[in-house]
Design a protein around this ligand. Structure first.
Ligand code: COA
Length: 175
């Protein structure tokens, strides 16, 4: 039986990133791909801290860009495990944009990542359970199950669509 771990044992609370001109898109705000890539890297660290295994991104859902960040802002990235299942886990990620001079902080991005732990043969492997301690961690833990159900029904729908397109391709119509 794997030892359960607390959320704080793996969480990243304040990874800071200074925005420079080469981080901007043609609208002079931070390029969204930079934020997505950084979040994915941070979530891989959180998932590997939690599991002690190589972990891969299985899916990303509810990636919302809530507001822009500008040149000179400081981006503060946060990510932690919301819930674990047998071999997969959901991580909640959030980014704030901070103006270091005024102290103003804006919540600019939220997303949920699912990571899966792999064994030495690249097969999904069982992971430690997560222990939510604070009321906030408990709320995220409860809500994660609803999102997993949604993901699973989307996966089932995709699988049935693929299956029906294969069936259609192989069908011989006789008139
Ligand atoms: C993610 C991956 C390892 C799953 O492998 P699989 O053979 O489909 O494994 P299973 O069907 O046994 O599922 C394993 C777990 O992954 C979860 N899972 C699989 N696909 C998922 C998806 N699209 N979204 C969320 N969870 C997913 C399953 O629910 C299961 O979780 P559980 O054990 O906690 O219940 C495999 O699809 C893969 O290697 N994908 C590519 C990952 C990658 O390269 N990422 C980098 C970005 S390019």
């Amino acid at each position: 039986m794997l030892k359960a771990k607390t959320v704080s044992e793996s969480a990243v609370r304040d990874h800071v990133y200074r925005v420079f001109p080469n981080d901007l898109n043609s609208n002079h705000t931070v390029f969204g791909g930079l934020v997505m890539s950084t979040l994915d890297r941070i979530c891989s660290v959180v998932s590997e801290r939690h599991t002690g295994r190589v972990c891969v991104t299985a899916s990303v859902d509810s990636m919302h860009f809530l507001g822009p960040a500008k040149h000179g802002d400081i981006l503060v990235f946060m990510a932690s495990v919301n819930r674990t299942w047998r071999t997969s886990m959901e991580l909640g990620a959030k980014v704030m944009a901070e103006n270091a001079h005024s102290g103003e902080k804006k919540h600019i991005v939220s997303a949920y990542f699912t990571f899966v732990a792999l064994d030495d043969r690249q097969k999904p492997i069982e992971i430690s359970a997560i222990i939510p301690e604070t009321p906030e961690e408990q709320r995220r833990f409860e809500e994660a199950n609803f999102r997993r159900e949604r993901r699973r029904s989307e996966m089932a729908e995709r699988a049935s669509r693929n299956l029906s397109s294969i069936t259609t391709k192989n069908t011989v119509f006789v008139s």
